[in-house]
Ligand binder design. Structure first.
Ligand SMILES: Nc1ncnc2c1ncn2[C@@H]1O[C@H](COP(=O)(O)OP(=O)(O)OP(=O)(O)O)[C@@H](O)[C@H]1O
Length: 260
């Protein structure tokens, strides 16, 4: 965990995110360090620096970005390249170990659709709680709850405890709430595989509308189709570093070919 204090949350300035040479390290206290090679650069993941007493995963290295209102940024990269960690840095959840990160605006982090859900309370109650968790007020959620309920098509199940839902039903509920909010900064980690194809199509339209009314989007995804639909620029992450940052088509082409 990072204990430095180089991350700032600012709410009065125009919305945006600025990082300068930001690094994020994860020290691993229970690693079997004697069996690790000195410095490992595998095909996936960040670097592991095992030349010290406590091995360190170098999850992000020298990240410098300046994202302003209207930015629609996709994040691409191999497994373990640092996309989710970067989203957490941009959300102000992780502080940089070195360098700085400034977040200006109200952030809605949508990393794990299930976070903030309680299995023991009803679907309706979960809609309210998840909305509050994502920065909405109680009044705003009361105005949206009927629309969300219709969207989920869960009917009377909305009165049942969440533990009685299938995985796909939970995702429907979570997506209904997430796509109803009005965020200044929307940070999205793709994770909607469990819904059926027809519902996914319906969710896409709501996701597009959500992105249109949010001030700034950063979206990590392995789906080119989704990235093209929601983003106009992209960042290619590789081993914790930004390999390329530019127009989405240029970055996708470079990422596929392995050459910027
Ligand atoms: N909580 C953590 N503790 C230790 N190491 C972590 C932690 N979270 C991420 N890492 C490491 O940081 C690196 C970047 O991981 P991250 O989850 O950001 O990758 P990703 O690009 O989102 O990958 P994927 O596409 O597989 O979801 C990886 O090497 C991973 O092992």
């Amino acid at each position: 965990m990072n204990v430095s204090n180089n991350s700032t949350l600012v709410t009065s300035a125009p919305i945006g995110i600025t990082t300068k040479d930001a690094c994020v390290d994860f020290p691993i206290f229970d690693a079997k360090s004697r069996s690790l090679k000195k410095t490992v650069m595998g095909l996936v993941g960040g670097n592991i620096d095992s030349g010290r007493k406590v091995p360190i995963i170098e999850a992000l290295r020298d990240i410098t970005v300046d994202l302003e209102h209207g930015a629609r940024v996709g994040l691409v990269g191999h497994n373990g390249a640092g996309k989710s960690t970067l989203l957490r840095l941009l959300a102000g959840i992780y502080e940089p170990t070195r360098g700085s990160a400034e977040v200006r605006g109200r952030v809605a982090p949508v990393f794990d659709l299930g976070v903030g859900m309680d299995p023991e309370i009803s679907g309706f109650e979960n809609i309210m709680i998840r909305g509050l968790f994502l920065g909405m007020t109680r009044k705003q959620m009361l105005e949206k709850v009927d629309d969300i309920a219709d969207f989920t098509e869960l009917g009377d199940f909305l009165h049942m405890p969440l533990r009685t839902y299938s995985t796909g039903m939970r995702v429907r509920l979570a997506l209904g709430v997430v796509t109803s909010i009005d965020p200044e900064i929307l940070l999205l980690d793709e994770g909607i595989g469990a819904v059926d194809a027809a519902f996914l199509e319906k969710s896409k339209q709501r996701l597009v509308a959500l992105v249109e009314r949010s001030g700034l989007l950063v979206f990590a995804s392995h789906s080119d189709e989704f990235l093209r639909e929601l983003c106009d620029t992209a960042i290619w992450m590789e081993h914790g570093r930004i390999r390329q940052h530019g127009e989405i088509e240029d970055v996708l082409r470079a990422y596929k070919s392995g050459r910027p």
